[in-house]
Structures are given as structure tokens and as C-alpha cells.
Design a protein around this ligand. Structure first.
Ligand SMILES: NC(=O)c1ccc[n+]([C@@H]2O[C@H](COP(=O)([O-])OP(=O)(O)OC[C@H]3O[C@@H](n4cnc5c(N)ncnc54)[C@H](OP(=O)(O)O)[C@@H]3O)[C@@H](O)[C@H]2O)c1
Length: 288
């Protein structure tokens, strides 16, 4: 199987690419900037330069000769890019398109409608596919590090609602397992972490790990939006506030068995993730 990985300079795509490399595969990666991709992977991957926004014929050339495509599109216009990529995949004869999607494609919360439209376009293209509908990433908690270091506090509009963040390594393990699987097609796989926790519980666990108490302070949706707009564009900031509101209202506490079903082992815990990332919060990493 010849794999083409998109988003290989980002969070999940890079984990998928390195897992395939460690498994003895020689994946292709599609990147807008070939030099950036080369810095990540040296000569260990075949780099195809291209833009997921198209045009379709150029993307189809970039996909040529590959059989399985791992697709990551981001932002409010991701459905248009998913549609373009699906057409290019069909032209290039891709046999399995695996899209990194979100659990919220089902719930309609936050970025969910963007991904739901992308999924519909892929289904309509007729390209055999799998949608990995993931919960929010544990690595989102890295965005808490500044206020933990500066104020000794986390400010959040999620109240005491819970969410089962998933370890990025589990998402990548599932993606590789799905990509390398020969038979199952045209399905969605819902994956979450093993336990729904509140932001207060998660930040308390980080505080325990670094040996310093961290305050948890609830803020309003308006305050959360103002904070998000300091680093995100408005559509994404509004999607985040929608997600945080849903957490607060108990609408995102789903725990699925998807990781265990796909991998035959339980998902990694938030405690595992803290151990690996404690340095980001001012603690000393116990393992990488
Ligand atoms: N964070 C969460 O909690 C969460 C939860 C559920 C689902 N998701 C979904 O996960 C996805 C994000 O995954 P991630 O965090 O791994 O992504 P990421 O780290 O933001 O990386 C995005 C990647 O896409 C590439 N890219 C962006 N636009 C491109 C274009 N036009 N053509 C080619 N490549 C392009 C970037 O390459 P460059 O190096 O060129 O920028 C980068 O490699 C989104 O679809 C998001 O909705 C996230």
C-alpha cells in the first residue's frame, strides 16, 4: 500500500507519518512547502508539493500512484477543500480516503458542521472512505500553560461540565490502524479518551503533578470569546465558545469504545499525557 499523508507538518499528521516510518513504510507526504516538510523528515519520505485547496487536476497529480490518503483539512472552509480532495482522490484512483473528522460532526457543535459538510462531499464522491470522528485532543491543554505559569490559574467557560479528551498518540494509532486495514470501508469511527473529566479536575491533576495548586476560575461566554479572539479568527473563536458551552451543559461528556475496538487496548489516560508533557507546565518531564 502506498500512503499519502496530508497535514504532515502538523500535530496528528506528523504522528501518523512517523508511525508509518517506524512500521517500515515509505509514505508520501503532501505539503504546501516542500522545504518545511524536508526539515521534518529529511529523505525518509517522498514529498509531494501541493495545496489541498486545489485545483483538482493538480491535486490529482500530487495524489497519483498512492492508494490510501490520510486527509486533514482545517478551518471554516474545510468542506470545500474536502470536496476538492475527494474529486482529486477519485481521479487519482485512491482506494481509501481516511479523513480526520470530529465527534462534533454528529453533535453539530463547534466545528462539527464544517466537518459534516466535508464528510457529505466525500460520501458523494464515491471514494471509499473512513471518517475518524475524534473527541478534542489532550494537547489542547497546552494552551493552558501560559495562564498556569503566569497567574497560577486556568480561566474557562466550561464550568464543571466534563469532556473525554483523547491522547494525540491514540488518534495517530487509530489512523495508522485504519489506513493499513484492508477490508473495512465507508464507516465512521467515534474515538474519545477513556474518561470524561472537567477542566477543574484536569487542571487539579496538572497542579498535583507539578506540586503547585492551580486555581480554576469560571468565566462567561463573552469573556471566553474575547480571550479566544486574541489568537483565533472569529469563526474559530465562536466555534470554540460553542464547544465550551456544550461542555458546561453536559452535552460533550461522551465516552466511546472506539479506540479499544480498533486497537484492542484502552485509550491512554489524561494522567499519561500529563506525565509526558509536564515540562510545558513548569514541572519536570518523567518520560517523553
Ligand atoms: N484540536 C482538537 O481538539 C480537534 C478535535 C477534533 C477534530 N480536530 C480536527 O483536527 C484537524 C486539525 O488537526 P491537527 O491539529 O493535526 O492540524 P494542525 O496541527 O493545525 O496542522 C494542519 C496541517 O495542515 C496543513 N495545511 C493547512 N492548510 C493546507 C493546505 N491548504 N494545503 C496543504 N496543507 C495544508 C498544515 O501545513 P503547513 O505546514 O503548510 O501549515 C499542517 O501540516 C482539524 O480538522 C480539526 O477540526 C481537532
Amino acid at each position: 500500500m502506498k500512503y499519502l499523508i496530508t497535514g504532515a507538518t502538523g500535530n496528528i499528521g506528523s504522528l501518523v507519518t512517523t508511525r508509518l516510518l517506524h512500521g517500515g513504510e515509505l509514505p508520501c507526504v503532501l505539503a504546501r512547502d516542500g522545504r518545511k516538510a524536508r526539515k521534518f523528515y529529511g529523505d525518509h519520505v517522498e514529498i509531494r508539493v501541493g495545496d489541498l485547496a486545489g485545483p483538482v487536476d493538480q491535486l490529482a497529480m500530487a495524489f497519483a500512484g498512492c492508494e490510501a490518503l490520510f486527509l486533514i483539512n482545517t478551518g471554516p472552509n474545510l468542506a470545500e477543500r474536502d470536496a476538492t480532495c475527494a474529486l482529486a482522490a477519485r481521479t487519482a484512483g485512491i482506494q481509501h480516503l481516511v479523513k480526520l473528522s470530529t465527534l462534533d460532526a454528529i453533535t453539530g457543535i463547534g466545528t462539527g458542521p464544517w466537518h459534516a459538510r466535508g464528510e457529505a462531499a466525500i460520501c458523494g464522491s464515491g471514494v471509499p472512505h473512513t471518517f475518524i470522528q475524534t473527541a478534542a485532543f489532550m494537547s489542547n491543554a497546552l494552551s493552558w500553560a501560559d495562564s498556569i505559569r503566569t497567574d497560577g490559574a486556568l480561566f474557562s467557560s466550561t464550568g464543571d461540565g466534563r469532556i473525554a479528551f483523547i491522547h494525540p498518540g491514540d488518534i495517530a494509532d487509530v489512523a495508522v490502524s485504519v489506513l493499513t486495514q484492508k477490508h473495512t470501508r465507508n464507516r465512521s469511527l467515534v474515538i474519545t479518551g477513556c474518561q470524561a473529566l472537567s477542566y477543574r479536575e484536569m487542571v487539579t491533576a496538572i497542579g498535583n503533578a507539578i506540586g503547585e495548586p492551580i486555581r480554576y476560575e469560571t468565566i462567561s461566554d463573552a469573556e471566553a470569546l474575547a480571550g479566544a479572539l486574541m489568537w483565533a479568527d472569529r469563526p474559530y473563536a465562536e466555534a470554540l465558545v460553542d464547544i465550551w458551552r456544550a461542555v458546561r451543559e453536559g452535552r460533550l461528556a461522551t465516552v466511546s469504545t472506539g479506540v479499544e475496538q480498533q486497537l484492542g487496548r484502552p485509550p491512554r489516560s489524561f494522567a499519561d499525557w500529563i506525565e509526558e508533557n509536564i515540562g510545558a507546565f513548569g514541572g519536570r518531564a518523567r518520560r517523553s
